[in-house]
Design a protein around this ligand. Structure first.
Ligand SMILES: Nc1nc2c(ncn2[C@@H]2O[C@@H]3COP(=O)(O)O[C@H]4[C@@H](O)[C@H](n5cnc6c(=O)[nH]c(N)nc65)O[C@@H]4COP(=O)(O)O[C@H]3[C@H]2O)c(=O)[nH]1
Length: 634
């Protein structure tokens, strides 16, 4: 009010002067009025005109009702719109904010108005705003979709996109700006999630195969430019499948997470540890040839992975096999380098696991040989190059041969005799084990039937069954058909399965084993003790006997650990009412040890090596060279 009165007074004065001047000049010029009068008249006129002019001008500029309503409406819209809006002045201070702005960031209006906008940003965003965004806004007049991070009152950070336009006065100076802020925290989170799913392994958080291949090709391209090398380590956990099968997938998953963390801690910044799937990890090292000795690095990895793991009060140890390939010598492109590192890893496994191997040309030659073997194995069955040998199994008390194990042999036309350790894994890998296994089963059953017919009663024939055969949906029918075709009493057929086969899918295994058992087929667990079979499960398997693995028999009685294991297996089998046979008995001291612990059946070179059927027929008629019944007595 005071402001208006002062304005009115000043206008009266100014208006009086302004309007009186021409009157005064005219009066003086016409000399029809004395100067004093003309001044008074003029002042009076002017004094009235000034305020009138002022009032007219105020009324003319004053917003009308509609405009007032629009302004009020706009203000309300600005504040209540569910969008984060703010305005800053030329000094970057907040002059107004929308309610949504306040709600999102958790402030009250009086806590923000007059404060610099940058005060509500993270340090990084503050620097960007001060050096880039605000200068750009104040020079060009606008900024669009600038990414920034705002900090909520309680410290939480939100990701936002900020677009603003500047408002200038008539002189072209920036008066203030109006900005729209979009909270993109959720969107960013989903984008990151999508990226994570696409490029990272959900279980371990490590880069997955796609990201790994990307990084490897980048590392190789850079190494190519710089004339440097890239090391690739392919790491596979030993016997992980057995751990997974026996202790359950949840334990397997936890173990993979532990290994992933351990590997991450071993590598330098810039190196990549990725998980390709299953228990396969890869490490890209760009430092290999310069600072990092690959041998020392591989040893460190083995040491770190091999440290005991404790879950639920249970401790177990896992080891790894590592294959190493170095760019450019061992592969000029991504897939060759990976393939060769993988190949070297397999070689490390063959060497007994828990070790590392460099890829070499010699390995390449072995790979070729394997490929050749695979091709010839496909022909072997048709060409009749496969045959069976039989190894006797003895009952010590009676000294009788109670059974024989059928073992496959391959006589290659050029390479000569190829051991099963070499061709059975290839047959399993390629699926050839299905026709091969069927042929073995048929031949063995027919042979057992023939021995029976020749007057060797009650001789049981043991046949090895591979995982692929056992899991095949037609396995049961195949066995039944062969028994029918050959006429062999099912009770005289023993199927030997390894622990890992039955532990792979316990529920299915129990069903298949039960199906076999109800058909009166004898069932044995081969190489017992080398896997991770749990006693709880063993109780549920309808098996008849276990074969103590050669691995434990080899060093008894001298090796205290092996001796303890064998004793424990015998005791456990006794309490579960299972028959036991020890395999790989080569010496008298082994025989004595086993006999003392009431192991009744044995198989091994000490008594007889695997032999062709004709040779065995002779033994049936004249007996074994060593008579087991008297061996341990004397
Ligand atoms: N050092 C030593 N070794 C002894 C002694 N007594 C027996 N052996 C050997 O131990 C192996 C026992 O067979 P396996 O554990 O079933 O182990 C077998 C079995 O897993 C697999 N295999 C052999 N034939 C077949 C088959 O027809 N089908 C399948 N699926 N696997 C087979 O190949 C493996 C090796 O077979 P082989 O070379 O015939 O080796 C046989 C046998 O010759 C001994 O006193 N000392």
């Amino acid at each position: 009010m005071r402001k208006h009165l002062i304005c009115l007074l000043l206008c009266s004065l100014a208006g009086g002067l302004f309007f009186s001047l021409p009157t005064m000049v005219q009066g003086l010029a016409q000399e029809n009025l004395p100067p004093g009068e003309s001044v008074v008249a003029a002042l009076a006129l002017g004094g009235l005109g000034g305020p009138l002019l002022y009032l007219w001008r105020r009324l003319a500029n004053r917003p009308n009702g509609q405009e007032l309503e629009a302004a009020r409406h706009f203000r309300e819209l600005y504040q209540r719109t569910p969008v984060m809006l703010h305005s800053i002045d030329a000094g970057g201070r907040l002059v107004s904010v929308s309610d949504c702005w306040l709600e999102t960031l958790g402030y009250r209006r009086e806590e923000v108005i007059g404060h610099p906008l940058t005060e509500f940003m993270t340090e990084g965003s503050r620097q960007t705003a001060e050096t880039l965004t605000l200068p750009e806004l104040f020079t060009t007049g606008q900024v669009k979709d600038v990414a920034c991070q705002l900090v909520k009152k309680h410290g939480e950070v939100i990701d936002a996109l900020l677009s603003a336009v500047a408002e200038r006065d008539r002189g072209g100076n920036i008066r203030r700006s109006l900005a729209v802020v979009t909270d993109v925290t959720e969107r960013r989170r989903s984008e990151q999630e999508i990226e994570k799913l696409a490029y990272y392994d959900t279980l371990t958080g490590l880069p997955n195969r796609s990201l790994f291949q990307d990084r490897l090709s980048q590392a190789m391209a850079q190494a190519h430019r710089e004339g440097a090398g890239v090391g690739l380590m392919f790491l596979d956990l030993d016997r992980f499948k057995s751990i997974n099968d026996t202790l359950g997938h949840a334990t397997g998953d936890r173990l993979l997470q532990v290994v992933a963390n351990r590997l991450k801690k071993c590598v330098r910044e810039g190196d990549t540890v990725a998980r390709l799937g299953g228990d396969e990890f890869v490490i890209i090292s760009t430092d290999f040839t310069h600072h990092q000795d690959p041998v020392a690095f591989a040893k460190r990895l083995l040491r770190v992975v091999g440290q005991p793991v404790q879950f639920d009060g249970r401790e177990f140890v896992t080891t790894a096999s590592i294959g190493i390939a170095i760019y450019p010598n061992d592969g000029a492109d991504v897939s060759t380098l990976i393939g060769n590192a993988d190949f070297a890893m397999y070689h490390a496994k063959e060497l007994g696991r828990n070790t590392y191997q460099f890829f070499s040309a010699e390995m390449n030659a072995r790979a070729l040989e394997k490929l050749n073997l695979e091709t010839s194995l496909r022909q072997a069955l048709k060409r009749g190059e496969l045959f069976l040998v039989y190894q006797p199994q003895l009952d010590l008390a009676s000294g009788r041969i109670t059974g024989v194990e059928a073992l496959a042999r391959w006589r290659h036309p050029e390479k000569g005799l190829i051991p099963p350790e070499k061709f059975i894994p290839i047959a399993e890998e390629t699926g050839l084990i299905l026709p091969l296994g069927e042929w073995v089963l048929r031949t063995a059953c027919a042979q057992a039937r023939a021995w029976q017919a020749a007057g060797v009663p009650g001789l049981r024939i043991a046949v090895n069954v591979s995982a692929r055969q056992f899991n095949h949906p037609e396995f049961l029918e195949t066995v039944e058909r062969i028994l029918q075709e050959t006429g062999l009493d099912p009770n005289l057929l023993e199927l030997e399965l390894t622990e890992s086969i039955v532990m792979e899918n316990v529920q299915d295994a129990i069903m298949t084993l039960t199906d076999l058992k109800v058909r009166n087929i004898h069932l044995a667990i081969d190489d017992f003790g080398t896997g991770y079979s749990s006693l709880t499960y063993l109780k549920h398997f309808p098996i008849d006997r276990i074969k103590i693995a050669q691995e434990f028999v080899r060093d008894i009685p001298n090796d205290a650990d092996d001796a303890a294991i064998v004793e424990a297996i015998l005791a456990m089998a006794g309490s579960l009412n299972l028959e036991v046979i020890a395999e790989g008995v080569e010496r008298k001291d082994q025989l004595g040890f086993l006999h003392q612990r009431r192991c009744k059946e044995m198989q091994g070179y000490y008594f007889a090596r695997p032999m062709p059927a004709e040779q065995l027929a002779e033994i049936f008629s004249r007996g074994l060279a060593r008579e087991p019944a008297c061996l341990y007595e004397g």
